[in-house]
Ligand binder design. Structure first.
Ligand code: AMP
Ligand code: MG
Length: 321
């Protein structure tokens, strides 16, 4: 049975109420959602994505008021971030309550919660009487989906329903900040800039490209990756090293004699983030051997883009870490 793709919140509600999986649109990427309080429903997420059980899921809520039922010890900083930056691309890690099944948090005593900024999904969350556990709706390790079609291409045979909310406005995953520690620590760079967080709560630690901690598998070195090798560096130099059968993922410059996708002609980091994953998918699907890419300016959303490029390149790697 193939997934139905439609924008009916009511239909999505029915599947979720019956313990089924539904792909949902958010402003970051599409999620693969199940009732977060139903372990039997959640286990299907891991099976469908082929996701290792050590990789915890983010729990999506309709408003900050719903967090108190899921988490305890909500710090003033966490409260401030929820008030000012939700709905939005920011996941906050807090101490979990018993109500959340262990499978959701991979056995950890913390839970990541987020209020997504997408009209359809907010309507869905308000209609349901449970929160939604949802990781990105792609096979584990591959590029995250930013349209209903991307989800359909990869998971359309495995799930009953895709709630179509158009293309994702931000295009990279949420920033994850651990507020269960005395000093808040960013565990994953994403759609909310570190600068925006620091403006509200002061200095935070950033620990986003480390493999040392089993608690943050979004931190895995190779992740968000195309199947073919992707290398990042100075494109002119890479062209000398890698010959002609290449495609080029550039920030704003064009490379006329090559298969080339530019992330943003005007050098806009928001536009670049929005285009990143769709561009990687397109270049992964053509006949060239290798994707050559370059980093973007390393501030604001650029840090999240560069983080994704590093992880995407890890298999073919030029990165030494
Ligand atoms: P995805 O939505 O597929 O990007 O995956 C969710 C990511 O959120 C995981 O890979 C983890 O990195 C992160 N995450 C979720 N819950 C927690 C938690 N309790 N502590 C730390 N990281 C978490
Ligand atoms: Mg993911």
């Amino acid at each position: 049975m193939r997934a139905t793709i439609s924008n009916s919140v009511l239909d999505a509600t029915e599947f979720l109420n019956r313990g089924k999986l539904v792909a949902i649109p958010t402003e970051t990427v599409y999620g693969l959602a199940a009732n977060a309080l139903n372990a039997d429903a959640v286990v299907q997420i891991f099976e469908t994505k082929n996701r290792p059980h050590f990789d915890p899921l983010i729990v999506h809520v309709a408003s900050p008021e719903h967090v108190a039922a899921l988490a305890t010890d909500i710090s003033a900083a966490a409260q401030m971030l929820m008030e000012k930056l939700w709905p939005g691309p920011l996941t906050i890690v807090l101490r979990k309550r018993e109500s959340i099944p262990h499978i959701v948090t991979s056995g950890m005593d913390t839970v990541g919660v987020r209020m997504p900024d997408h009209l359809l999904t907010l309507e869905l969350l308000r209609t349901l009487d449970f929160p939604l556990a949802a990781p990105s709706a792609n096979p584990f390790g591959y590029i995250s989906p930013t349209s209903a079609q991307h989800v359909d291409e990869q998971l359309g045979d495995c799930i009953p329903y895709i709630l179509d909310g158009g293309e994702c406005r931000i295009g990279v995953e949420s920033t994850i900040i651990d507020c269960s520690q005395p000093i808040p620590t960013v565990l994953r760079l994403g759609g909310t800039s570190v600068e925006a967080i620091q403006e509200l709560i002061g200095e935070v630690h950033v620990n986003a490209l480390s493999t040392s901690s089993p608690k943050a598998p979004g931190m895995l070195h190779s992740h968000y990756a195309p199947r073919k090798p992707l290398v990042v560096g100075n494109i002119h130099e890479l062209l000398h090293q890698h010959g002609q059968n290449v495609s080029i993922l550039s920030f704003k410059d064009s490379f006329h004699n090559f298969r080339n996708i530019r992330l943003s002609e005007t050098g806009d980091l928001h536009e670049a983030a929005r285009n990143l994953f769709a561009a990687m998918r397109k270049l992964d699907a053509d006949h060239h051997d290798i994707i050559l890419a370059e980093f973007v300016p390393d501030y604001g959303l650029g840090r999240a883009i560069n983080d994704r490029l590093k992880r995407a390149s890890y298999k073919g790697s030029l990165i030494n870490e």
